[in-house]
Write a protein that binds this ligand. Sequence first.
Ligand code: PEP
Ligand code: MG
Length: 750
Amino acid sequence: MPDRIESNSRKLLRRLRDTMAEDRAGQARLDLITHLIADSIGTEVCSIYLFRDAETLELCATEGLKKEAVHQTRMKLGEGLVGRVGRTGQIVNTADAPSTKGFRYMPETGEEIYSSFLGVPVQRLGETLGVLVVQSKEAREYSGDEVYALEVVAMVLAEMTELGAFVGDNSAAMTARHKQPVLIRGTCGQEGAATGHVWLHEPRVVVTNPVADDPEKELVRLGEAVEKLRVSVDQMLEGAQMGDAEQLEVLEAYRMFANSKGWMRRMEEDIGRGLSAEAAVEKEQSAARARMSQVTDAYLRDRLHDLDDLSNRLLRILTGQGRDTGAEMPPDPILIARNIGPAELLDYGRKLKGIVLEEGSVGSHAAIVARALAIPLVVHAERITTEALNGDPIMVDGDQGIVHLRPEDTVSAAFRDKIAMQAEAQKRYASIRDVPATTLCGETIALHMNAGLMADLPSLEGSGAEGVGLFRTELQFLVRNQMPRRSELSALYSRVLDAAKGRRVVFRTLDIGSDKVLPYMKPNDEPNPALGWRAIRVGLDKPGILRMQLQALLRAANGRPLTVMFPFVAEYSEYRAARDEMDKAIERERILGHKVPEVIEVGAMLETPSLAFAPRAFFEEVQFLSIGGNDLKQFFFAADRENERVRRRYDTLNTSFMNFLEGIVGISTATDTSLSFCGEDAGRPIEAICLAAIGFRMLSMRPASVGPVKHMLRRVDLRAVRAVIDAERRKGSETVRPAVMAYLAGLEQA
Ligand code: PEP
Ligand code: MG
């Protein structure tokens, strides 16, 4: 019996494959397929249901049920036995369908006379595309072999669906899954709108022939590919850094999978049933992905991820497809990736029009680089890597964190209008580029820009910023695989100063730790890294790097004015100690006979509430202060800036935070200390006018924000904004935002 089924199954797969080669319309092909399956498995009914939209399955072809029901019978996910298979991705096998829980009677199909029911999901890479059903009058459960045979057929059907074999009808369900429009809601990583075409960082492997011509040959191909895979994993293990226990553990688990007999046996069985080697790998991968969505244990999920990764490698070996396929980037490429490192992103550079990441985070290095390059970015875009295909039209709305994949015409039109409006606004900003940010009441606010890469520097001309208010030096450390040398750093800082053409550049010393982990430094397992060993704490405890960096800065200046700022200073003594390092570095340079800048400014970032309450002597001593609002706010509200659940919970324009900031303005003014604000909020027009209204006269922001902030500042009277804020304080309002927005709306109408 198994033998008969096996040869039948192989024969069936070959006949299915032949239908692909024949010149038939999608519907005719599906009809023939249901006939072939019913005939081969020996059941009275075979039906194929495909997704019409994410929630609805539609009967697309049947052998045995009433033909009038085709494209008429639909069920919601979870509805009836078919809907249950669609929702759970699990097989339903019953001898008595009408009395099975969840059964729903569909009179138009005439199915009431069939007692037994076997439904299997049509899945590709863990994604359910439809449901394949066989039914018979005889009340019996289908055997394990029959179930398995139908699963293999479903796998081939999935590949055929993916290849668009059933397209050509006007039913939405028959349109290939990857041809339908998809809207994905993620999180905003960098504002801006972009339209272009998908460029997959890791292209999907396309299996063009899911059916084996010669199983013996396929077994040999699989064996050879697995051997290559094992060798490459062994090489990875040899090359792994000894001593890095975590990395070794991961690789060992990898090796275990690559050598797993069960994995190999299942794939060989699939080939025995008639699948090609790559289809067999995909079938196993699909099963692992389906399990992944059900497993809650983090360790097990990681291991299933490993298996997924290994399957991808194996598929690349088998098909010769992969990253270096030689495919040309489409025009206006929009990068799609699960995640990407900062160095890889920099390699793409400004070629990209937009970036969409399935994972990623707002504060990740990739996000920092995307911001530096001013490329719209959406993170946490669920399923984007499975939905998108290379070359698909795509629109990225970085402001809302929305992605339109293969958008419909109306969406495209609306989106293009949005881009046109933004271009219009850009023109407006360009026209005020060379005028100061002077308010209606005559106050001028100095607008500077934040930077961290050489790629940022051209924006200094284009944005109209007066200088660089924050140069995040850690980015240069983060985008490398090893610690940069002093000479490299010095050359780079020198180029930054050259590009600034005499404008002030505030170099912030290395701010690592917390979310910024250097790939070549041993990671520190800390229970709470944001409150841990980071920034100046690392600099003072391990002064080697700090000294090297200060020396590189002094050499780069080569006599030109130099401004240095220490990050994350929590108390006066830390500033003193850092300042001491600077003084010693200057002294050393003098002794060595190097040119030392005549003007050196040394300041601190105020990022912890404690520093706001430092002794007056600190404010008198420090040459300037810059508020790192991103960190200061997270500590003020005790709300992690990296945690999506809480990071937007408290408004920057909350009256308590305004009161706190105003206190810092007060002590700075009293001690004649220059003060600026360089967190992300400085670049938001409404926040910016409120900061100016409570006394800030210098703001530093991403380059793209300089225009919008200046435009807004030039339209307001800070005394009026101040009056609005004060009125809200008196009322006891939690935030001043609605009132300030109402004031701005009034200006609009005037
Ligand atoms: C800040 O904390 O506001 C800041 C500017 O520093 P970073 O975002 O680099 O931590
Ligand atoms: Mg900070």
